[in-house]
Design a protein around this ligand. Structure first.
Ligand code: NDP
Ligand code: PYC
Length: 343
């Protein structure tokens, strides 16, 4: 039997939907998660696609997440909107906050969306790419569980805390980067464990504080920030923005209050959107987007380069017709989740 199962994107969406509905997740939460999972598979983001569905289910079965939650939007200031996820999953909260954020960024020049009380288990580019499609530059920050040692330390404290950024382009999809502030996402280590592969050097240390390439030892120990103290400083910043600033938890607090069901952490998130046309004096437009294109051209002029997000966009061209593959073991797990309604 092949180690891989082929699926169309429609299959991905349908399977995710059936599993979540079978576990009592509301129609609206299900739709938003199924879109997020399908888009991750479409863009070949394997650590945050179907791989995450068993975790979503675990958090429903354990009662950690309110799978019928209806997020609530609050107006905190002319340029600040809050969406309270009401202890549900984050994709619906994000979806509900997007249009008001765009409207405020256009009217104020810059605006922020603070999401609180939401369980985030996804890639971060879906936060910013649609904003750049609306002509805005955007940042997003989210914290998670304590996985990463601070620079010089050996015990997990920070989350893997990704940062995403998007820039609008004319005649191209947006430029987007989305990266953990750790040397790797947690999901990448879990996938190495599943696939029986050693980790690259520099991703983690074991509980004894010594470097390790063994995924199991790494998961029991601590992940390392990327680039030493520089990545650690960015991770600290994410804790402050997605935790303290929006009035939600730090990663170590999310860990302390979690029930260890293997599902997503609950916490906060900050998204900032900026309207480029409001950042220069009227009548003094500098052709910001055209200038950016000149920079991108210089990057691409050098052999061996590519722009961040190009790999995803290449996958996006391919997968609607060619479909995707997942490991047979994951496919079996997912099939069981429809049949039994249990993880
Ligand atoms: P990667 O290191 O795989 O990629 C980071 C970024 O660098 C991407 O935008 C990628 O673009 C770009 N990139 C990669 N190679 C090149 C290159 N040669 N030239 C230019 N750009 C390049 O991501 P991570 O492992 O850090 O994170 C993986 C995912 O995990 C992310 O989506 C992140 O949001 C998610 N995550 C989620 C967390 C959460 O709490 N929800 C926590 C941590 C991570 P491209 O995509 O096109 O390859
Ligand atoms: O892959 O590091 C990760 C992660 C944490 C929460 C969701 N994904």
């Amino acid at each position: 039997m092949s180690d891989l199962v082929s699926m169309s994107l429609e299959d991905v969406h349908g399977l995710t939907t059936r599993i979540l509905l079978a576990h009592g997740v509301s129609q609206e939460q299900t739709r938003a998660i199924a879109n997020t999972v399908t888009n991750a598979e479409r863009d070949d983001c394997k650590s945050h696609g179907l791989f995450r569905v068993p975790g979503y289910v675990k958090s429903v079965v354990s009662g950690k997440v309110d799978c019928s939650a209806v997020p609530e939007i609050r107006d905190l200031a002319p340029g600040v909107i809050q969406v309270d996820g009401k202890h549900g999953f984050s994709p619906l909260a994000l979806e509900m906050g997007r249009a008001p954020l765009v409207e405020r960024a256009r009217s104020q020049g810059i605006a922020a969306l603070a999401i609180i009380n939401a369980h985030h288990f996804a890639a971060l580019w879906p936060e910013v790419e649609p904003l750049a499609e609306e002509g805005l530059a955007a940042f997003a920050f989210v914290d998670s569980f304590s996985y990463v040692a601070p620079a010089g330390g050996t015990k997990p404290l920070y989350g893997t805390n990704p940062i995403a950024f998007a820039w609008p382009r004319e005649n191209h999809p947006p430029l987007v980067f989305d990266q953990a502030t750790s040397a790797s996402a947690r999901g990448e280590i879990q996938i190495h464990l599943r696939d029986g592969k050693p980790l690259p050097q520099g991703w983690a240390i074991g509980p004894d504080g010594q470097p390790t390439t063994d995924p199991e030892t790494a998961l029991a120990g601590a992940q390392l920030p990327f680039g030493g103290y520089k990545g650690a400083a960015l991770s600290l910043m994410v804790e402050l923005l997605a935790g303290a600033l929006v009035g939600d938890v730090f990663s170590f607090e999310a860990t302390a209050r979690d029930n260890q069901d293997g599902g997503p952490p609950e916490g906060g998130e900050l998204i900032i959107a900026i309207d480029p046309s409001r950042c220069v004096a009227s009548g003094k437009q500098t052709g910001q987007l055209a200038r950016a294109e000149a920079l991108f051209a210089q990057v691409l002029d050098q052999d061996g380069t590519r722009l961040p997000s190009d790999r995803r966009y290449q996958a996006r061209l391919r997968t609607p017709t060619e479909g995707i593959t997942i490991p047979t073991s994951l496919h079996e797990t997912l099939q069981q989740l429809i049949g039994t309604g249990h993880p």
